[in-house]
Each structure stands twice: as structure tokens, then as C-alpha cells.
Design a protein around this ligand. Structure first.
Ligand SMILES: [Zn+2]
Length: 124
């Protein structure tokens, strides 16, 4: 291995660096790895409530789904949970919102035609 302080190659079981005399602190390295693993483990499985609710809402109430997903995303970033579900919620709610806007525009443009068709089909 190499000294963390000066970069000189030292024996793997050395406790001190022969060049700079710094203690080679294996505990620090071990603790860092453990912290990494803990973060990975909690990130893999935890979705916050906002992410889950936002994801569900994104399919049928796009604006609510979008807002909750963004809140869930910010919470996940702050608290170290997974952002995957929140990102999915944001994407799905954006698509749903887009389709709803298209539907509304379509309806506004063709509303008169649709009403005319319905009326013409009704018996007098
Ligand atoms: Zn050194």
C-alpha cells in the first residue's frame, strides 16, 4: 500500500510510514468504507413517503404528483434516501400533465364540433 500522507510505498502491515513518520491509520480507512456501505444500504431500499405518494398520484393527479415528487426528491437528497422513485414520479407526472394539457387544448379547439356531432346524433 501507499502512505496516505506522502504517497511513499510502505509494507502492508506497517504501522508508521518510514519516510514521513505518519501513522498509517487503517481504522480510518475501515470506518470510511463502513460509512459508504451504510449509505448505500439505506439508499437502496428507503423511499420517503412523499416519493411514494407522489409516484402514485403522478398517474392520475399529475400536478399533485409532480409537487409531491419534487418534495420527495428534495427530502431524499437531504436525508440520504433513494431519489429513484421521486425522479420516476416527476417524469411520469410531467408526461401525464403534458397529455392533460394536450387533451384540454384538443377539447377547446374541437368542443363545438363534438357538441354538434352529439346533438346531430340525438333524436329530435
Ligand atoms: Zn509517508
Amino acid at each position: 500500500m501507499f502512505c496516505k500522507n506522502c504517497g511513499k510505498e510502505v509494507d502492508d502491515d506497517a504501522k508508521f510510514c518510514p519516510k514521513c513518520g505518519k501513522m498509517i491509520d487503517e481504522e480510518v480507512i475501515r470506518n470510511e468504507n463502513q460509512t459508504d456501505n451504510n449509505q448505500k444500504n439505506s439508499g437502496a431500499a428507503t423511499y420517503n413517503t412523499m416519493s411514494i405518494v407522489g409516484f402514485i398520484f403522478s398517474f392520475f393527479m399529475s400536478i399533485v404528483g409532480l409537487i409531491l415528487s419534487i418534495i420527495g426528491y428534495n427530502q431524499a437528497k437531504k436525508e440520504g434516501g433513494s431519489t429513484a422513485l421521486a425522479v420516476a414520479g416527476i417524469i411520469i407526472s410531467s408526461i401525464t400533465l403534458f397529455l392533460e394539457v394536450v387533451y384540454v387544448i384538443f377539447y377547446i379547439i374541437y368542443a363545438n364540433d363534438i357538441i354538434a356531432i352529439i346533438n346531430s346524433g340525438l333524436p329530435e
